[in-house]
Design a protein around this ligand. Sequence first.
Ligand SMILES: *[C@@H]1O[C@H](CO)[C@@H](O)[C@H](O)[C@H]1NC(C)=O
Ligand SMILES: *[C@@H]1O[C@H](CO)[C@@H](O)[C@H](O)[C@H]1NC(C)=O
Ligand SMILES: *[C@@H]1O[C@H](CO)[C@@H](O)[C@H](O)[C@H]1NC(C)=O
Ligand SMILES: *[C@@H]1O[C@H](CO)[C@@H](O)[C@H](O)[C@H]1NC(C)=O
Length: 308
Amino acid sequence: MAINPLSCSLLVAAASFCFAGVEGALKSPERSLKPRFTYDELWNLEKGFWDSFLYPANLKQTQGNESTVFASDVQGRVDITRTFDGDELNREYIFGLFADPTHISLVGVPVNYSITQFAANDRIASATTIVTFNATTFDVLVPVTIDTWIEFNEDGKIAQYDATFRWFEYLLDTLIEATAIKIKATSTDKAVAYVADVLAKTICNTHEQYCTGSNKQYADTGTCYDHLTQSIRFGKSYELGRNTLLCREVHEHMVQYRPDVHCPHIGPSGGGYCVDDMNYTQTVLQRYFSDSWIPFGYGQSQDIWLQG
Ligand SMILES: *[C@@H]1O[C@H](CO)[C@@H](O)[C@H](O)[C@H]1NC(C)=O
Ligand SMILES: *[C@@H]1O[C@H](CO)[C@@H](O)[C@H](O)[C@H]1NC(C)=O
Ligand SMILES: *[C@@H]1O[C@H](CO)[C@@H](O)[C@H](O)[C@H]1NC(C)=O
Ligand SMILES: *[C@@H]1O[C@H](CO)[C@@H](O)[C@H](O)[C@H]1NC(C)=O
């Protein structure tokens, strides 16, 4: 419906009619605007997630059969890794990965956070969160910027999430630089080789401890070490879900929870998770999500991330 501002300003008594006119002019005809959660509820759900992400609260999330955070059929994607389906896998991944300050790891454990951007509508929240990690392996406290989109189901559990590690390449370079200084390395390559050595030894120890019997991936520790340091790439900042050492370092943390599931991920095959199965274009165009990330169901017909 077209509106006439002049008639609106004259028809003060009929203000409600003018509002109806404005709405009619701007509103897409397709959807209902009734939100499932208020802004306040979405803010509290968002805070609840990050509170449970911090160490040691995250330890609790790695235990038990049913998640208080994730829907059983949760779908998640992280730009530097890949997609992860289901509650059990996501709890191992999102919480279990950052739960042991004494274990060798890239970023260590999350100790506090600050939400710096937040917008939310319907059942979808978009946020930027700066999480400070205690990177115990590198002896530094490091702020990590995580951009997230989270969709909550009717129980307030996470139905979908999509996370982006902003400035991750910069972060990785910074950790390598910190290592170079610590070990007085004369070049970046030497610092990378040092980190590769430490990570490979850690992964091979885990393999030896947990990947036994039919879960065994490497004939012995020497074969494991050689494969991880020579046969595969160290990995670029976007390759934590590809056929790299960095990908196996991510999955190494999860082996303890379910060796039968996770041993192949640190093995030569990569078990479907540390594999070069998609190129850049396929990654960017992947039709993965069940629900649209646009509140109130807008724009679904043009959304190429939705499953067909
Ligand atoms: C989890 O489920 C298994 C079987 O699926 C059951 O044996 C176990 O007792 C359950 N544990 C908890 C904490 O509910
Ligand atoms: C976390 O705590 C550290 C040390 O107390 C502080 O310097 C930092 O600003 C905090 N970071 C966030 C994201 O709140
Ligand atoms: C970081 O970890 C070290 C080693 O566990 C610990 O001594 C230190 O207190 C931790 N720092 C913070 C801010 O959690
Ligand atoms: C990525 O793979 C697809 C499917 O094999 C292929 O059609 C496309 O050309 C590839 N794109 C690039 C950039 O290599």
